[in-house]
Design a protein around this ligand. Sequence first.
Ligand code: GRG
Ligand code: ZN
Length: 338
Amino acid sequence: MASNQEVSDDQGLRRTLLVDKHAAYIKSFSRLWENPDKLEFVATEHFWMSGMYWGLSAMYLTGRLDEMDKDAIVSWVLRCQHPCGGFGGSERNDPHMLYTLSAVQILALYDKVDELDADKVASYVAGLQQPDGSFAGDAWGEIDTRFTYCALLCLSILGRTSLINMPAALDFIARCKNFDGGFGCTPGNESHAGQVFTCIGALSLADALHLVDRDLFCWWLCERQTKTGGLNGRPEKLQDVCYSWWCLSCLSILGRLHWIDRDALTRFILDCQDEEDGGISDRPDDMADIYHTFFGIAGLSLMGYPGLAPIDPTWALPVEVVERIKKRTPWPGHRLCS
Ligand code: GRG
Ligand code: ZN
């Protein structure tokens, strides 16, 4: 179990990851549904499934997963499934690709994927693929490379990537590539660090990283670091803790993690902690939230912060969990395509 871990920077200052505080903060998020009258309940209910995945993953990385109520969480996840096989962000929300992936990731964290009818979930996900290879987020048809990544990861966890047209999926990602080596959400859209993660993650899952202009793209990625040490998501924008994950995961997948100043980024993330109530915010002195808490800790894990379990940059799950999945599922699943 990680306790409050200290690192010293080159000026001899000591900053600490406040693991106990963050664990308390995450537990309070996971108990939100006990308080339907609270503003946070109403404001966050539609994305609880992802919030739960972020919180549980952060607890896993800090060695605290056992402190969460596994049985209650697993049965709640299963109650959020719809007859079509997809999952909603909560029991009262419609099914969506984003929350279907989060649900499957939570079950993977708990080694409970077998509780699912994998064929049913996989057919919901595969059914959202479009003739041009892209994926819609739900029945309403929004297209985004986020959903391509979600589909490939979900099907990889379930061992069912053979259900989709992989060459068409890869062709769609290739059409989202820009002159700077990055990727946008659909063809012709600006490169953005969040979207580049989804494209690099999907290409990595499909064993198709040869489609990346590695040096050009990693140059764009390392230019995301600002004077503060934090990373932004595109030129001229503000640094934000979550880009520690969106950018670093790509650099890690492409073997270029050392192209940024990791000490400066570590300091930036640690400066974004709420020292009283726990949690991590986007920038120093902003309000903490569960999303930045996870992505801050995940970024630190990628940089080998002491006491944290390693996270897999492609699967966005602890390395241990990914190893367990790969042992059980036919892998690499996409080779079963033709
Ligand atoms: C399992 C890790 C994991 C991901 C699932 C949902 C998803 C797949 C990926 C989301 C990728 C993404 C688009 C992230 C970016 C989120 C973000 C910070 C958007 C803010 O955009 P702007 O334009 O912010 O408001 P900037 O920083 O450009 O001003
Ligand atoms: Zn952010």
